[in-house]
Design a protein around this ligand. Structure first.
Ligand code: 0X9
Ligand code: ZN
Length: 303
């Protein structure tokens, strides 16, 4: 099977990134956004093919949770698809918008799932006064930080950290966003599993100001996704569809003014869970790509 139908170690993914910028220097750039807690480097790829200045940017991150291996696999697939296809809609997107892709956000945790504990979720930072390691990078944001659906216990899988943005992985992305706030139109975070497309809010069961439009975009995306391999997704606000949680990246991005904020939970619904077999990478990535392209096309038409 092809490179994109396999899971790859962190070192392989670093090498892949360097090859992408080397092979496509005119439209892929690699941006160092910061070191992780164990001092590994976190890189974002920037893809843009336009000749006039971009009308905005969209962000896609993968691998915030270490054990969700199909997520980084998706980011690699998606970048390759953007640069490898002749599709007119995709050409329109990459000629109009800058696409930022963060293939592995939680680099330390991802490495740890390859070497030591396949089911590790959090990052690998030390916690004061505790034997337990790690903060949940999706509970460490400055948005109702450490309220419901987050924990102050360093041993919890949903530990919110010592204070908002205490984790270098979160700080790096938050800083990147603050430097480009008016430019970034969309935030898309890719997790697994449970086959859901979620949008704000997560910290309250109330609807956001943009609920009708976000609901409409999610509905279109889920329909397109299903048309590829008959995979069913549920969609709706995080709090109403999955659970209440606070300090999450998607809510933070939305409240900073990034309207099109979404979180994907990719395949499956629990048969394999985090251990999604390699032969399911291809169909998962095909359908998710179709859904995200649908969403980005909606954005292109509004910028
Ligand atoms: O709990 C999470 O962070 C996500 N689920 S996962 O099983 N992949 O850990 C859900 C994130 C949905 N969005 C928000 N809760 N904001
Ligand atoms: Zn996750």
């Amino acid at each position: 099977s092809s490179y994109y139908e396999q899971y790859h170690s962190l070192d392989e993914i670093y090498f892949w990134m360097s090859q992408m910028v080397r092979n496509y220097p005119s439209f892929i750039q690699q941006i160092l956004i910061g070191p992780s807690s164990e001092k590994r480097l976190i890189y974002v790829l920037k893809i843009f093919k336009g000749t006039s200045p971009p009308k905005g940017a969209v962000w896609i991150d993968c691998g915030i949770h270490a054990r969700e291996w199909v997520s980084p696999a998706f980011c690699l697939w998606f970048v390759q698809h953007l640069i490898g296809t002749q599709d007119k809609v995709i050409a329109d997107i990459v000629n109009t918008l800058e696409i930022y892709v963060l293939p592995v956000w939680n680099v330390d945790g991802y490495e740890y799932t390859w070497t030591t504990d396949r089911f590790w979720r959090k990052n690998r930072s030390r916690n004061k006064g505790s034997e337990c390691f790690g903060t949940d990078l999706n509970r460490n944001w400055d948005v109702n930080w450490c309220g419901k659906g987050a924990s102050k216990d360093p041993c919890s899988q949903i530990f919110c950290g010592e204070y908002p943005e205490s984790e270098p992985e979160v700080k790096a992305v938050a800083t990147f966003f603050r430097q480009r706030l008016n430019h970034i139109k969309s935030y898309i975070s890719v997790h697994s599993y449970s086959q859901m497309l979620l949008f704000p809010y997560s910290y309250t069961t109330s609807n956001s100001r943009d609920h009708a439009e976000l609901h409409h975009v999610a509905q279109k995306a889920v329909n397109v996704l299903k048309s590829v391999h008959h995979t069913s997704y549920t969609y709706g606000t995080s709090a109403q569809t999955i659970y209440l949680s606070t300090g999450c990246s998607d809510d933070w991005a939305y409240d900073m003014g990034i309207k099109y904020s979404f979180t994907f939970e990719l395949r499956d619904r629990g048969r394999y869970g985090f251990l999604l077999p390699m032969h399911l990478i291809k169909p998962t990535c095909e359908e998710t790509t179709a859904a995200i392209i649908e969403m980005l096309y909606h954005i292109v038409k509004t910028v």
